[in-house]
Design a protein around this ligand. Structure first.
Ligand code: 4SX
Ligand code: FE2
Length: 356
């Protein structure tokens, strides 16, 4: 990206990450996962799509799951503060020299007029303000399961050059809350926010553009644990990829699930407030065994290796660019084994990395 932030037109005022659109190959199997297991509310259903929301949400949806030939991430949508921000979005992205489409209200059911772009990192992104309001089920405890999910929390995207991606998102007014670096200055991942939590988007260094995961928030750790027990009870524990556990970065309690197409869905709770202007950035050493899991538990290799294909605005899979800088899984075995727990201490403990 040649433009510097100071040369670009004013960016749109992004409030938060708002919805994602995933393409799945078996809509009924996905319906079980997203509604039968996760308990998301069906706002609307057609023959080939589900429009889903979590219990605290009053906009039409925070997730669209659409039947298609190839499992992929089709859209990452951000809500902007005013209708006029669509004009800013259009000008900002035209100045970035990327594909920009202004689409009328109703192009996506429940969503007003929007600006759709393929952003400089290669991701299909949409900005909207107007959206249909539906009933907020935040106190419909008669409908909440023991694993009740409150809201969409963040997107995690895989991109080869994290500093370049950070600069792009800073140009959109996002700020960094945490990142992972090494002594040579390689940046392996960064977490960036607009809403006052740890992130709306996380940048994971790797071959991209690919979607690493989308995350939904619960209010309590017990709700995440119930989802694990539910999966055990229906003998679908193989859909648990990583966790439950406590992140170092973000301090959130977490669980990673794989949907029937392998899309990674994180269930996440208990990160922290970042809303003051002097919120301090936390930088982690890539060799710190507690960065990815505060208890030092291993990160399964698939969590570093696998991610979902992303589509362009016409639904064509995007080509992937290889990361040329060091990869985190090459320099340490996840949050495990060949890293340190105490920087100057040789003790390695009973970690898998020293048993294989
Ligand atoms: O594994 S990390 O502690 O780096 C982490 C922190 C926050 C997240 O949302 C995440 O997906 C992963
Ligand atoms: Fe996450």
């Amino acid at each position: 990206m040649s433009d510097t932030t100071r040369d670009l037109p004013t960016p749109p005022d992004v409030i938060r990450c708002a919805y994602a659109e995933l393409v799945v190959t078996d809509l009924q199997a996905s319906k079980w996962f997203y509604t039968g297991l996760l308990g998301l509310v069906v706002t609307h259903e057609t023959e080939d799509a589900l429009y889903l929301r979590a219990f605290e949400e009053y906009l039409h949806h925070s997730l669209v799951v659409r039947q298609g030939p190839v499992a992929a991430a089709a859209k990452f949508a951000y809500r902007v503060r005013t209708p006029q921000d669509l004009d800013l979005a259009e000008a900002h992205y035209r100045a970035l020299g990327v594909e920009v489409r202004r689409v009328p209200a109703g192009t996506t059911r429940g969503i007003g007029e929007a600006v759709q772009v393929v952003d400089p990192l290669g991701f299909p992104v949409e900005f909207f303000h107007e959206a249909e309001h539906v009933e907020r089920f935040h106190q419909r405890y008669d409908l909440h399961g023991a694993g009740a999910i409150s809201r969409l929390d963040h997107f995690n995207v895989v991109t080869p050059d994290v500093p370049a991606a950070r600069a792009y998102y800073e140009g959109l007014g996002f700020k960094v809350s945490e990142d992972i670096e090494d002594d040579e200055g390689t940046v392996y991942a960064a977490w960036m926010y607009r809403k006052p939590t740890v992130h709306d988007v996380a940048l994971t260094g790797g071959d991209g553009p690919r979607m690493h995961h989308i995350a939904f928030a619960t209010h309590e750790r017990s709700q995440i644990l119930h989802l694990c027990d539910h999966l055990g009870a229906v003998r679908r524990s193989d859909q648990i990829e990583r966790g439950p556990g406590r992140h170092g970065v973000s301090n959130a309690f977490y669980l990673y699930l794989l949907d029937p197409d392998g899309h990674r869905i994180e269930i996440y709770t208990h990160d922290y407030y970042t809303g003051d202007p002097d919120n301090p950035v936390i930088t982690w050493d890539v060799h710190d065994n507690q960065r990815r899991d505060w208890w030092g538990n291993p990160v399964v290799p698939s969590w570093y290796a696998n991610a979902s294909t992303v589509l362009d605005l016409d639904g064509t899979p995007r080509p992937v660019t290889e990361r040329t800088q060091d990869r985190e899984s090459d320099v340490t075995i996840g949050a495990d084994g060949f890293s340190y727990t105490r920087k100057d201490d040789e003790a390695v403990g009973f970690k898998v990395g020293h048993q294989v």
